[in-house]
Design a protein around this ligand. Structure first.
Ligand code: NDP
Length: 452
């Protein structure tokens, strides 16, 4: 990477990132998205270029990759690859989830870690950005197999984490069960009950109230603020959510509570359309307790519910679309269908679920508000930071108190995005507002801390 010229040319920097990180298209996409609105900011702050803030931001502070051998119920040995990327610690210990999914690569984890830096900065809390994961597929595995895998993973990961160093949490494929097994092994190896080493713990043993619900609830609180900015609300609106996992289920729950009718969701089997409104209790039973598929929902629900196998849910007409499944799940054609069907609000629950082309469609459409995940899904990591605060002070906050703080945090992030966008002459531009505000907070801290 060049260190001779004093300015930072964004196109050169992106080309450099692509050359230095081959085969990581999602990471390149995330870097492009964050850098795109920063030109005027860098012009106004030449000190950032002199200190090579951007060049340092796109290079993780550290990356650990390790082998995880484990034994299945039949006695067969499997070998997985796991990793943890500490992206930036200017604002606090590395903070971000662990993802278990067969498609996990270093490029996936780097894109997620990079996004996490700016998301965490937006919360205003004292957390740096990191992410981790493994190419382990928990689907169809027994609890014993998942436990042995988690224990094997933690047998290496424990060296690299700690309450003041790096604090993993859940992400896709990692929820309360996995966090429990990971924590148990950490405690066993180190001999310390260091509650603040992981977040997303059970509420009976150091976990924060509302952490399970936080990303989905926070997303809907953010969407509520977006609507309020246009003197609208969720009551009576039709909503479609993608996915049927942690984020999706609690987004559905909060949207229903606020008076919306949620008529669609999806999972890896296809898109579920239930024109009468989803039966959330049935959905939770199937997805959370039985770990089943949406086909079972259709069989048990009856009525007009139907499953479009292999499809995305973006053909179902709705006022509000909340993509909550995975990266790049909503493409240009999906975006065009949504706009044509009258959707006026898109807020991301997943990380980078909309392709660049889809985002361009939303931003070009008249009357469509679009929020990037680093702003609208920040509720999960915010409550994780609340969990760290409670662990450090050995306190426990009530559900109501934590939910109130989550609502305040989402309102503040929303205000920060809008105010920052307006200050840069970009009214109502949540993408520019989120990226610039997140960047400024990290850049100021990096500048103050010198060249490290
Ligand atoms: P889960 O694993 O709990 O749920 C993911 C859901 O999406 C599942 O229903 C899964 O289907 C479905 N899905 C995944 N990939 C596809 C695909 N290619 N096509 C169709 N459906 C798919 O994950 P989470 O809810 O925890 O996370 C979802 C997203 O939100 C991720 O991008 C994650 O990074 C992001 N996020 C999560 C946070 C959290 O607190 N958990 C915090 C912030 C962001 P199936 O049920 O069949 O597996």
């Amino acid at each position: 990477m060049s260190t001779t010229s004093r300015g930072t040319d964004l196109d050169d920097l992106i080309a450099d990132v692509e050359a230095r990180n081959p085969g990581e298209p999602e990471f390149h996409q995330a870097v492009r998205d964050v850098l795109a609105p920063l030109g005027p900011v860098l012009e106004a702050h030449p000190e950032y270029s002199r200190a090579r803030i951007l060049e340092r931001l796109v290079e993780p502070e550290r990356q650990v990759i390790f082998r995880v051998p484990w034994v299945d119920d039949e006695g067969d040995v499997h070998v997985q690859r796991a990793m943890r990327v500490g992206f930036n610690s200017a604002l606090g210990p590395y903070k971000g989830g662990m993802r278990f999914h067969p498609a996990v690569t270093l490029g996936t984890i780097k894109f997620l870690g990079f996004e996490q830096v700016f998301k965490n900065a937006l919360t205003g809390l004292a957390i740096g950005g990191g992410k981790g994961g493994a190419d382990f597929d928990p689907k169809g595995r027994s609890d014993g197999e998942v436990m042995r895998f988690c224990q094997a993973l933690m047998s290496e990961l424990y060296r690299h984490i700690g309450p003041d160093q790096d604090v993993p949490a859940g992400d896709a494929g990692v929820a309360a069960r996995e966090i429990g097994f990971l924590f148990g092994q950490y405690k066993k190896i180190t001999g310390h009950y260091a509650a603040g080493v992981l977040t997303g713990k059970g509420t009976g043993w150091g976990g924060a109230q509302v952490r399970t619900e936080a990303t989905g609830y926070g997303l809907v609180y953010f969407a509520r603020e977006m609507l309020a900015a246009r003197y609208e609300d969720l009551d009576g609106r039709t909503v479609v959510v993608s996915g049927a996992g942690n984020v999706s289920l609690f987004a559905i729950e909060k949207a229903q509570e606020l008076g919306a009718t949620v008529v669609g969701c999806s999972d890896s089997s296809g898109a579920l359309h239930d024109p009468d409104g989803l039966d959330l209790d049935l959905l939770k039973t199937i997805k959370l307790e039985e770990r089943g598929g949406l086909g079972e929902y259709v069989e048990r629900r009856g009525g007009e519910a139907s499953l479009d196998e292999g499809a995305t849910p973006w053909g179902i007409p709705c006022d509000v679309a909340l993509p909550c499944a995975t990266q790049n799940e909503l493409d240009e054609k999906d975006a065009e269908r949504l706009v044509k069907n009258g959707t006026t609000l898109v807020a991301e629950g997943a990380n980078m679920p909309c392709t660049d082309e889809a985002i361009a469609v939303f931003r070009a459409a008249d009357g469509v508000a679009y929020a990037p995940g680093k702003a609208s899904n920040a509720g999960g990591v915010a409550v994780s930071a609340f969990e760290m605060q409670q662990n450090a002070s050995r306190a426990g906050w009530s559900f109501e108190n934590t939910d109130e703080r989550l609502q305040t945090t989402m309102r503040e992030i929303h205000e920060t995005c809008r105010r920052t966008a307006a200050e840069h002459g970009l009214q109502d531009d949540y993408v520019a507002g989120a990226n610039i505000a997140g960047f400024l907070r990290v850049a100021e801290a990096m500048l103050a801390q010198g060249v490290v």
